[in-house]
Design a binder for this molecule. Structure first.
Ligand code: AMP
Length: 279
């Protein structure tokens, strides 16, 4: 497994792989890897000759009051997990190399960045799109795998790839959940066992909406009402949003239909968790 910590080496590694006629798959991550990440990476490994994983905590996607400084970091553990899976290369660039002096060029996916997480995290998707484009230019993958857990991010990336004519196939991977239903996340590390139990009501609320939809209920307010009572009962009262939106353009729906997305962001004692389900 190649350990690559600078941009020039990553570019020349990818150039060599491409010149040999091999296909590169790529999974960008912020590290603190869990089983969810590892499933994406196994998928990427299966569809290509060479699989590259990046580990980079991207400051540009964190707001000034967010958890950039305390975001979990354990590069040695991550390297061990990736070696076990049989990844070909890990790219872990330095902050100062990715964002040099007076960095001032950003990508914005104007409409898709606005709803849901974009409302309370202004600038987040600008930071995401910019770092992903930079990583694509450095790693030069044929395929890139993203998780549906970050559904809005996935749509933003797909749109950027389409609008900017990038030669990368974007592959999505379903949400990986713990047995309790809780969507796996590096931020779950912040939760103690009681908080984890509480956090399960987030996915339960989503499953409840899906169940109701499957019985024929389509009115947004009817669908959301009992989800709110599940969340209130678990004392999850800081709900940033719970919305039913079109699965492609993320515009809010009053009447839900097949393929729509139910998305939630909630804070649990300061820890921000997101989850979603397709109807
Ligand atoms: P992150 O390290 O949080 O930036 O995530 C890196 C990639 O892993 C992103 O494409 C995420 O959507 C994906 N991912 C993280 N957690 C999960 C999960 N529980 N299920 C599916 N994909 C996930």
């Amino acid at each position: 497994m190649k350990l690559i910590d600078n941009i020039a080496d990553m570019k020349s590694y990818s150039d060599r792989i491409r010149a040999e006629g091999n296909k590169i798959s790529f999974v960008p991550t912020m590290g603190a890897l869990h089983t969810g990440h590892l499933k994406l990476i196994k998928n990427a490994n299966n569809i290509s000759d060479i699989c590259v994983v990046s580990i980079f905590i991207n400051p540009a996607q964190f707001g000034p009051t967010e958890d950039f400084n305390k975001y979990p970091r354990d590069l040695d553990k991550d390297k061990g997990l990736l070696k076990e899976i049989g990844v070909d290369a890990i790219f872990f660039p330095k902050l100062e190399d990715m964002y040099g002096d007076h960095f001032q060029t950003y990508v914005e996916v104007e409409e898709l960045q606005k709803p849901l997480c974009g409302k309370l995290r202004p600038g987040h998707f600008k930071g995401v799109a910019t770092i992903v484009l930079k990583l694509f230019n450095i790693v030069k993958p044929h395929y890139a795998v993203f998780g549906e857990k970050d559904y809005q991010q996935l749509q933003v990336i797909k749109k950027m790839v389409c609008d900017l004519n990038l030669d990368v196939d974007i592959i999505s991977h379903p949400i990986v959940r713990e047995q309790s239903g809780l969507a796996m996340s590096s931020r779950n590390d912040y939760l103690d066992s009681g908080q984890r139990e509480k956090a399960c009501s987030i996915s339960q609320a989503l499953f409840n909406i899906k169940q109701q939809f499957d019985t024929g209920i389509t009115d947004r307010n009817n669908l959301l009402d009992s989800a709110y009572s599940i969340l209130n009962k678990a004392n999850i009262d800081e709900i940033e949003y719970l919305e039913i939106v079109d699965g492609k353009n993320l515009i809010e729906k009053k009447l839900a239909g097949p393929g729509d997305l139910v998305a939630i962001a909630a804070r649990l004692d300061g820890t921000r968790l997101i989850d979603n389900i397709r109807l």
